[in-house]
Design a protein around this ligand. Structure first.
Ligand SMILES: [Zn+2]
Ligand SMILES: [Zn+2]
Length: 397
């Protein structure tokens, strides 16, 4: 993707050129700006196949083998060429999580107190063939019937712990109706119907394990809460190399949904990142100018006088809070960590008011989710379910 600017109003126009392996046509496209309605052009490869995804509409094209640039452009008196832009390689919005089943567990059996994450994964794997076909049927049904298009899909898998305790594990996916088969790499464990007990989590662990624990909670919170909040004075430490600093911030931008999260940190912490980017040739201002910066970075809250570290998922009724001594970085040092849950108002009174910061009001979670589950005869079924029914089983402490 190239992002160029309208020569009249500087609106960002996203241009997608296609390049074929052997023979390419050369020419140009004429685009009407969606902000100012004025028309401009750009030279492109394969004008017929090139497209505009944002900022304007493609209204005309020419092929240089058929007509010279200057002859074609006579049709558009006074037309200007789009301003030079930036080339964006890859999907800059793509986020890739990893739920590490081998480290720092957060989901445990209520009877034997052993972790149930690996059992949950095994049960998912055993049923993967039938789950995949239920997924395919559900998607085909929705696409064919113009049915309920949901942003969230939840899959309930019945499991049994080695101790004999039966339980249900919940798996979540951001549901995109693209007709593709179920991608298990994008399906995440977000909890079970057994209590999420702070006794199982609280204690002392290495910073590495604190971060693994936080990753698992962020995966859960991205699905079940409408807002996330990260309050940390430091990201990394002062002796970190610039590449390490950039990698840490990339980690945050990857795990935390930028559209529903607030980051509170010290100005110096942010400036260190900004400087590292600039010295490595990445300009945060340039990204912002072309409309491809991360909202978490552009809208972060600056706060100076604090040393508190809290990591929170919250909605209008509930919140889960990880408290600890750990900053956002990996390392072997031992840190304390603990889990709290409270209602939204208590969270505001006890954690937000003393910080004297503003946080965004949580929106409602999507009311209905697509749902794949096993009935009492262990038959796989699909339907549409009220999300509060799933949440009431997950928000169980
Ligand atoms: Zn314009
Ligand atoms: Zn058990």
């Amino acid at each position: 993707m190239k992002i160029k600017k309208c020569p009249y109003c500087k609106n960002n126009i996203r241009l997608h050129e296609i390049k074929f392996p052997y023979v390419n046509d050369y020419g140009g496209i004429v685009v009407k700006c969606s902000e100012c309605d004025k028309v401009s052009f750009s030279n492109v490869k394969n004008p017929a196949e090139s497209s505009i995804s944002l900022g304007g509409i493609k209204i005309d094209t020419w092929d240089r083998e058929v007509i010279k640039n200057e002859d074609f452009l006579l049709e558009y008196p006074d037309i200007l060429e789009m301003d030079a832009g930036v080339l964006v390689i890859g999907d800059y919005k793509a986020r890739e999580y990893n739920f590490d089943f081998s480290a720092a567990n957060i989901y445990y059996c209520k009877s034997c107190k052993k972790e149930v994450e690996t059992t949950s994964k095994d049960c998912l794997d055993i049923n993967s063939e039938t789950i995949s076909s239920s997924y395919k049927n559900l998607m085909n049904f929705i696409l064919a019937n113009d049915g309920w298009a949901r942003d969230n899909l939840v899959i309930e898998v019945n499991c049994e712990c080695a101790c004999g305790q039966k339980f249900t594990s919940f798996w979540h996916q951001n549901y995109i109706l693209d007709g593709n088969p179920l991608d298990y790499d994008k399906l995440f464990l977000i909890g079970t119907d057994m209590p999420l007990s702070s006794n199982d989590i609280d204690g002392i662990m290495s910073k590495n394990n604190c971060i693994k624990t936080l990753e698992k909670f962020i995966i859960r919170w991205n699905a079940i809460f409408s807002r996330l909040l990260i309050v940390t004075p430091f990201i990394g430490h002062q002796w970190m190399s610039q590449i390490e600093v950039i990698e840490l911030w990339d980690w945050i931008k990857n795990y935390v949904d930028p559209n529903k999260s607030t980051l509170v940190t010290r100005t110096a912490t942010f400036n260190k990142y900004k400087k590292a980017c600039e010295e490595k040739g990445i300009s945060l201002e340039l990204l912002e100018d072309f409309g491809i910066s991360n909202a978490l970075i552009t809208e972060f809250t600056r706060k100076q006088d604090f040393h508190a570290k809290i990591y929170v998922g919250y909605s209008k009724s509930n919140s889960e809070i990880l408290l600890g001594s750990f900053n956002l970085m990996n390392g072997p040092s031992m840190e304390n960590i603990s889990l709290k849950h409270s209602d939204y108002h208590q969270f505001l009174n006890k954690f937000i008011s003393p910080m004297n910061i503003n946080i965004s009001e949580p929106n409602e979670i999507e009311k209905n989710w697509s749902h794949i589950y096993q009935d009492e005869n262990n038959e796989w079924k699909t339907d549409d379910i009220k999300s509060e029914k799933i949440l009431s089983r997950l928000l169980n402490y």
